[in-house]
Write a new protein. Structure first.
Length: 84
């Protein structure tokens, strides 16, 4: 499912929702890989139980920044879906 969040308020809402769905339920996120090139950033992350345990999900973020360093586009791709 694809969702679009435009503006600060919608982005804050999305962060709050992700917090409730994952962090409040005992998960943590770690950066597995990071790369940048000019105005683009790629981060691969792992979601793991905060107390330790196997990786529950893996995802990759592709972010494009504008000339002021603000986020212009941020796309997330799930590699391993925790629902599967």
């Amino acid at each position: 499912m694809s969702q679009e969040f435009l503006g600060h308020e919608k982005i804050v809402d999305a962060i709050d929702e992700a917090y409730e769905d994952f962090i409040a339920k005992g998960f943590a996120f770690t950066v597995h890989e990071y790369a940048d090139n000019h105005d683009a950033v790629r981060i691969t992350w792992h979601m793991v139980p905060a107390g330790g345990g196997p990786v529950a999900a893996v995802g990759t973020e592709y972010t494009i920044l504008d000339k002021d360093g603000l986020i212009r586009i941020d796309d997330q791709f799930m590699v391993v879906d925790p629902a599967e």
